[in-house]
Design a binder for this molecule. Structure first.
Ligand code: IMP
Ligand code: MG
Length: 183
């Protein structure tokens, strides 16, 4: 079934144009879910979905991942408007024992890498059997001292984007495609 979508949208004072249409988004997620299923089907992993942005990516990934796993959530915030505010603020703690578990972090987008680096440290302290990350979008130059992200769906330019869970001042999360800010 085709999704209804616009080429250009306005959110507040900003204009955005379509960068990845909803069908390509779904195809990319289905492909990644297949790869993850092959790697994790016998591992009963813990999927840690990073709220708020990754709620939709996480939910759609799960449609294609029909094998035993557990799901939990962690909530962090680092953006205000189109600029990062610097400090990461943790507003929900992990409520699940990660020791000796295979942990897969689910992120919406990786930009500077700060969020992933912070979460990697926090999770490693709990001694998981393994840790890897899936992200819908990967910007060009995150600083990741512990190594690259294993499961990116789309690599994009260093531009501000909204849609598919990603917001501009809490708006635009409902969009089924990815939209890029028109300067
Ligand atoms: P990082 O810590 O710089 O890697 O940024 C990660 C977080 O910043 C993501 O989980 C998003 O919530 C947010 N973010 C980064 N780039 C964008 C963007 O282009 N649009 C909306 N949010 C973004
Ligand atoms: Mg996020």
């Amino acid at each position: 079934m085709p999704f209804p979508f616009s080429q250009n949208i306005k959110i507040g004072d900003k204009e955005f144009s379509l960068m990845i249409d909803p069908i390509r988004v779904q195809e990319g997620i289905a492909r990644l879910a297949q790869e993850i299923s092959q790697d994790y089907a016998d591992k009963e992993p813990v999927l840690l979905i990073v709220l708020n942005g990754a709620f939709r990516f996480g939910a759609d990934l799960l449609r294609y991942m029909q094998f035993p796993l557990e799901i939990s959530f962690v909530r962090l915030k680092s953006y205000k408007g189109t600029q990062q505010s610097g400090d990461l603020e943790e507003t929900m703690d992990l409520d699940i024992d990660l020791k000796d578990r295979h942990v897969l972090l689910i992120e919406d987008i990786i930009d500077t890498g700060d969020t992933i680096n912070y979460l990697r440290q926090k999770i490693r302290a709990r001694q998981p059997a393994s840790l890897a990350e899936a992200t819908l979008l990967l910007k060009p130059s995150p600083q990741l001292p512990e190594g690259p992200v294993r499961y990116p769906v789309f690599e994009i330019d260093d531009k501000f984007v909204v849609g598919y869970g990603l917001d501009y001042n809490q708006k635009g999360r409902e969009l089924s495609g990815i939209y890029v800010l028109i300067p």
